[in-house]
Design a binder for this molecule. Structure first.
Ligand SMILES: Cc1cc2nc3c(=O)[nH]c(=O)nc-3n(C[C@H](O)[C@H](O)[C@H](O)COP(=O)(O)OP(=O)(O)OC[C@H]3O[C@@H](n4cnc5c(N)ncnc54)[C@H](O)[C@@H]3O)c2cc1C
Length: 396
């Protein structure tokens, strides 16, 4: 038996023994997802157990080095773990900006003390992170950010405002871009980490069109941050910021915002539009759903190819912008088709005239509108593709 096959057998046995049965199905509604952190309330004790077991083994971050709490797995082993989890429909033990975005850049840019301090807590889901990038006036043009960070001798003093900070009201710590030099644009930005409980930090939730309130305006007033919390060099934050965005886009894309439409879209269409010999009765809708599924298949093959390239040592790069762009479009197309098929039943917000599934579909459709904005807008990702993947000239 090859080493990888032995690993597969071991992994299968471990998952069989340790993944609680109630964790072997998709996350039903967003409240079931586990984000961890100091104040997280587990709705299901099995979810806590599952996180503890996976965290202890480092399998919430399978490829991170063991010395920082990770699983220490090779990419091939991590793939085996992923497939074995999928085999029993095991849900992720932890959703985490720390794992998707911050951890990879800490591994690349942080000093030893910072890695030892933060990475193990991310792996175990003890600290929940939020992303302090966007500001009013600095979204796509992120390098225009103005949140000031002044050197006060033994500490930094931060003043300013962030916006669209997802889950800032629930996060324990923030990774934040700040301005440390006003004379230079890109070379005047630094990357700092701080506790959201620090005096002077205030997060005010903003409601989304979908009715939920996942993000905030975040204000900083005379926030004192220890100097050891700066990652990388003073004024060297832009490089880290861009790398983190690549990881963000990669993760958004890999998740496909929850996946392109599978057979359930056809079933929904048949239910609402009717079936004709087992096929969706409306030929135009049928053709468009078929085209969507073909596009989704092509997308998943492309994602696999990109993953193989990453495995071959190329790592993340600007090409993730292609995938982020396509993932956003596919997910939005899926929900457009879904609510169209549902007709007036796809427009329910609340009330007895609509089932819970119909209301959830309408809200998910509205939520999908943000897909082409979050993690960099579609237009901006197309610019990245034009300039940095295709090498076209920047005429601006
Ligand atoms: C669901 C969601 C979650 C988010 N979470 C976070 C978070 O946790 N932390 C965080 O920091 N931010 C977060 N954001 C913010 C997000 O990163 C920004 O909204 C995004 O970068 C766009 O910035 P903006 O909103 O200022 O729009 P703008 O930059 O003002 O863009 C407005 C429009 O102009 C277009 N545009 C701008 N510049 C160009 C250009 N050069 N070429 C062509 N078109 C252009 C854009 O594509 C867009 O259509 C989140 C956003 C959403 C929707």
């Amino acid at each position: 038996m090859s080493d990888l096959e032995a690993f597969r057998a071991e992994t299968r046995a471990w998952l069989e023994a340790n993944c609680p049965p109630s964790m072997r199905r998709d996350i039903g509604d967003e409240n079931e997802a586990v984000w961890g952190g100091r104040n997280f309330t587990f709705r299901n004790p099995d979810a806590k157990l599952w996180l503890e077991r996976m965290g202890e083994r480092g399998w919430t971050a399978p490829t991170w080095p063991k010395e920082y709490g990770g699983g220490g797995l090779s990419r091939e082993e991590a793939k085996v773990l992923e497939r074995e989890m999928a085999r029993i429909k095991a849900r992720p033990a932890l959703l985490s900006f720390g794992i998707w975005m911050l951890g990879p850049v800490l591994l690349e840019y942080a000093n030893e003390e910072q890695k030892r301090e933060h990475l193990p807590k991310i792996v175990r889901g003890e600290i929940r992170w939020c992303q302090g990038y966007s500001e009013p006036g600095a979204g796509s043009d992120l390098a225009s950010l103005r949140t000031r960070c002044e050197d006060k001798g033994d500490h930094f003093l931060i003043n300013g405002q962030k916006i669209w900070t997802s889950y800032a009201d629930q996060a324990d710590w923030i990774f934040c871009l700040v301005r440390t030099d006003t004379a230079k644009k890109h070379e005047g930005i630094s990357f700092v980490l701080f506790d959201m409980k620090t005096p002077g930090v205030e997060a005010r939730p903003i409601k989304l069109i979908s009715g939920s309130s996942p993000f905030c305006e975040t204000f900083f007033t005379d926030v004192r941050v220890p100097k050891k919390n700066m990652v990388g060099k003073l004024n060297g934050g832009w490089e880290i910021a861009k790398r983190l965005l690549q990881y963000e886009r990669q993760n958004i894309s890999a998740s496909g915002f929850g996946g392109a439409a599978g057979p359930e879209l056809e079933e929904i269409a048949k239910h609402y539009v009717g079936a004709d010999n087992g096929r969706i009765a409306d030929p135009d809708l049928r053709a468009r759903i078929a085209a969507h599924r073909m596009e989704a298949k092509a997308f998943s093959l492309t994602v696999r190819r990109v993953e193989e390239e990453a495995k071959a040592g190329k790592g993340v790069g600007p090409a993730v912008s292609i995938i982020k762009y396509a993932a956003a479009k596919l997910n939005q197309d899926k929900f457009e088709l879904m609510v169209e098929a549902m007709g007036s039943q796809g427009l329910g917000w609340s009330g007895e005239g609509f089932s819970a599934g119909e209301i959830a579909a309408a809200r998910a459709w509205l939520r999908s509108k943000g897909n082409s904005i979050e993690g960099g807008t579609s237009e901006v990702n197309l610019n990245v593709v034009a300039k940095r993947v295709l090498g076209l000239l920047d005429h601006q």
